[in-house]
Design a protein around this ligand. Structure first.
Ligand SMILES: C[S@@+](CC[C@H](N)C(=O)[O-])C[C@H]1O[C@@H](n2cnc3c(N)ncnc32)[C@H](O)[C@@H]1O
Length: 222
């Protein structure tokens, strides 16, 4: 099988093109720009208005970009973040070692931390600093069964056109159950059918302006 290839998105940051699904891990208009807009600014920041200690669940860990951006926020703002990244198909060292996020974000001193995110043992809570711990879990999203453990869900699965089964009610319900009351789910996806499913599960659903190249994104509050 052809191996997945590293591509450069429009803001200069890398992404990965999945040959299996025919889509990239991030927006071609900018991986870092999308991550900051959708996950950090629309997902993490609103939670920081009420607490500096936040439990985050990520679907899925992928390149580690969202986790790395969150780590940087935790350092800058002296937060206490507990991050759980779910991923069934991890990148190879050859792939993650090439990713240019630390350099592009102008934190070359954190390149080691970026590599540590990837090298962290599975199913173990690892402390990257006094502000950030991560547990990576190698399993299918369909197998998640957490109850009221998280304040924020970064729902970053491949698009419904590529993996429709991950946007069905059964998986979205797992996200609802995993969140605490007033927990926030954010996703770049703004499809009407996904928003209707989230609403039917009991979320309050908002459409927000999307990152470059996308008119809207979705934020759902439990
Ligand atoms: C859009 S990419 C994630 C991007 C990631 N958040 C990042 O910053 O790089 C989707 C991820 O879901 C993973 N994945 C796909 N299907 C999965 C499944 N059923 N269970 C667990 N992981 C899955 C893929 O391997 C990929 O890493």
């Amino acid at each position: 099988m052809q191996s997945d290839q590293i591509i450069e998105t429009q803001d200069g940051s890398h992404s990965i093109l999945s040959h299996k699904y025919g889509v990239s891990y991030h927006s071609k208009y900018g991986a870092v720009t999308e991550s900051r807009h959708v996950f950090i600014e629309a997902g993490l920041y609103p939670k920081l208005l009420t607490s500096t200690e936040v439990d985050i669940l990520e679907i899925g860990f992928g390149t580690g970009l969202n986790a790395f951006m969150t780590f940087i926020e935790a350092e800058k703002k002296q937060l206490k973040i507990h991050y759980e990244g779910i991923e069934a198909y991890p990148l190879s060292p050859d792939q993650y070692q090439q990713l240019n996020y630390a350099e592009l974000l102008k934190y070359p001193e954190h390149q080691k931390k970026f590599l540590q995110l990837h090298e962290a043992a599975w199913e173990e809570e690892i402390s990257l600093s006094e502000h950030f711990t991560i547990r990576k879990v190698k399993k299918l999203f369909e197998q998640i069964d957490k109850k009221e453990k998280f304040d924020v869900v970064f729902f970053d699965a491949f698009a419904p056109s590529a993996q429709p089964e991950l946007w069905e009610e059964a998986v979205l319900k797992k996200m609802y159950d995993a969140l605490r009351k007033e927990g926030i789910l954010v996703t770049y996806c703004a499809k009407g059918v996904v928003k209707r499913r989230l609403k039917a599960l009991g979320f309050t659903v908002e459409s927000l302006p999307g990152p470059p190249g996308k008119r809207e994104m979705t934020r759902a509050i439990k």
